[in-house]
Design a protein around this ligand. Sequence first.
Ligand SMILES: *[C@@H]1O[C@H](CO)[C@@H](O)[C@H](O)[C@H]1NC(C)=O
Ligand SMILES: *[C@@H]1O[C@H](CO)[C@@H](O)[C@H](O)[C@H]1NC(C)=O
Ligand SMILES: *[C@@H]1O[C@H](CO)[C@@H](O)[C@H](O)[C@H]1NC(C)=O
Ligand SMILES: *[C@@H]1O[C@H](CO)[C@@H](O)[C@H](O)[C@H]1NC(C)=O
Ligand SMILES: *[C@@H]1O[C@H](CO)[C@@H](O)[C@H](O)[C@H]1NC(C)=O
Ligand SMILES: *[C@@H]1O[C@H](CO)[C@@H](O)[C@H](O)[C@H]1NC(C)=O
Ligand SMILES: *[C@@H]1O[C@H](CO)[C@@H](O)[C@H](O)[C@H]1NC(C)=O
Ligand SMILES: *[C@@H]1O[C@H](CO)[C@@H](O)[C@H](O)[C@H]1NC(C)=O
Ligand SMILES: *[C@@H]1O[C@H](CO)[C@@H](O)[C@H](O)[C@H]1NC(C)=O
Ligand SMILES: *[C@@H]1O[C@H](CO)[C@@H](O)[C@H](O)[C@H]1NC(C)=O
Ligand SMILES: *[C@@H]1O[C@H](CO)[C@@H](O)[C@H](O)[C@H]1NC(C)=O
Length: 294
Amino acid sequence: MMSKICSTSLAVLITIYFSCYNSIVAAPAPSNESEASALLRSGWWPSSVTGNTTLSHCAWDGVSCDASGSIYGIDLWGYQIGGNLSNMNFSLLPSLTYLRLSYTGLVGEIPLLICTLSRLTELELSDNSITGKLPPCLLSLTSLQVLDIRWNRITGSIPLIVGRLHNLRLLSFGSNQLVGSIPLELGNLTKMEVVVLNDNNFTGPIPSSIGNLTSLTELILYGNNLSGSIPPEIGNLRNLTYLYLQENKLGGSIPPEIGNLTSLTYLYLQENKLVGSIPPEIGNLTSLTHLYLQ
Ligand SMILES: *[C@@H]1O[C@H](CO)[C@@H](O)[C@H](O)[C@H]1NC(C)=O
Ligand SMILES: *[C@@H]1O[C@H](CO)[C@@H](O)[C@H](O)[C@H]1NC(C)=O
Ligand SMILES: *[C@@H]1O[C@H](CO)[C@@H](O)[C@H](O)[C@H]1NC(C)=O
Ligand SMILES: *[C@@H]1O[C@H](CO)[C@@H](O)[C@H](O)[C@H]1NC(C)=O
Ligand SMILES: *[C@@H]1O[C@H](CO)[C@@H](O)[C@H](O)[C@H]1NC(C)=O
Ligand SMILES: *[C@@H]1O[C@H](CO)[C@@H](O)[C@H](O)[C@H]1NC(C)=O
Ligand SMILES: *[C@@H]1O[C@H](CO)[C@@H](O)[C@H](O)[C@H]1NC(C)=O
Ligand SMILES: *[C@@H]1O[C@H](CO)[C@@H](O)[C@H](O)[C@H]1NC(C)=O
Ligand SMILES: *[C@@H]1O[C@H](CO)[C@@H](O)[C@H](O)[C@H]1NC(C)=O
Ligand SMILES: *[C@@H]1O[C@H](CO)[C@@H](O)[C@H](O)[C@H]1NC(C)=O
Ligand SMILES: *[C@@H]1O[C@H](CO)[C@@H](O)[C@H](O)[C@H]1NC(C)=O
């Protein structure tokens, strides 16, 4: 049995995109030797599974095959594989559309071979001990809609060409050791709904191009070293529900345009270097239930 853990932390963010999946595998599909060997050699499944010769790899925990027997999904969320991403030969899995490996005890770096997964729409690697930098080739995976590497030990900066991932809806790099600025090019990703960059060491300003992301519902940037003032363009984000900018070095005054964010429910700005008075427009935020400004 695959162990199932439902996340309760960061609940709101997570429940949008993650639920507990049951890997119910239907009719037996034809077996594909090269894909089966990639799975076998990864070491991600225990011998009780791999050693069962009556069990097709398409019926292994978390594996989904299409009618032709090609693997289109791997979801081992919460399953302690304790492995290494480098042990999977991703170039043998060209049909893969989702790879969900959060809470699996993964170590090691993100291998370049992962960039051969040209059909990938979801890459979820959160809550592991992955080290090293983000390989820039990840940005060739332009079908990606969900890129979640929260809670790892990733270093380096966000590659500037992140603006190429124009299908992204969720970008979550929270709780890593990333440095550098938030790229202006992020403003190119107009389908974006959730941006999570908290608890890293990002510096520099919040780019005004963030105002282009009009589908955004969550902007989570707390616990960095962001400076400059809050860009007034943030007032364009009419669907924004969560705005977490606390624990940075943001200066200047609070832009009155924040009063345009009528969907805002959580507004956290505390522990910054903001000056001036609180704009009366904040009084227009009728959905607000949580406000910290101190
Ligand atoms: C097995 O899968 C690979 C990659 O998806 C594909 O190139 C190959 O044709 C498949 N072989 C069979 C027998 O289906
Ligand atoms: C092998 O898998 C089959 C099909 O799921 C199952 O019925 C059988 O009990 C398994 N055998 C062992 C030794 O686990
Ligand atoms: C992965 O598979 C490809 C295609 O079979 C092969 O050329 C390559 O050597 C393999 N890489 C590793 C690291 O096993
Ligand atoms: C992960 O696998 C790669 C390639 O096999 C190896 O070089 C590296 O040392 C492994 N890392 C860990 C932490 O096991
Ligand atoms: C922005 O997106 C367009 C297409 O959506 C692309 O052509 C362009 O290269 C992107 N710009 C950057 C800076 O990523
Ligand atoms: C912010 O910068 C200061 C001084 O450069 C540093 O001591 C602190 O650790 C940084 N904060 C974060 C969250 O990285
Ligand atoms: C953040 O970066 C600053 C400046 O490079 C450095 O002094 C500080 O130690 C870093 N903080 C953390 C938590 O990495
Ligand atoms: C994004 O925002 C910037 C700065 O606010 C603006 O100059 C640019 O035209 C916008 N780009 C798009 C594609 O909307
Ligand atoms: C804002 O939210 C509403 C209601 O969920 C939705 O219909 C609309 O498309 C959203 N606007 C954008 C720009 O995403
Ligand atoms: C946004 O807020 C500003 C300042 O409060 C206001 O002048 C402006 O009219 C608002 N924009 C829209 C489109 O409502
Ligand atoms: C927003 O607040 C300002 C100042 O309190 C007020 O003048 C304005 O009418 C309000 N706008 C809306 C759309 O409620």
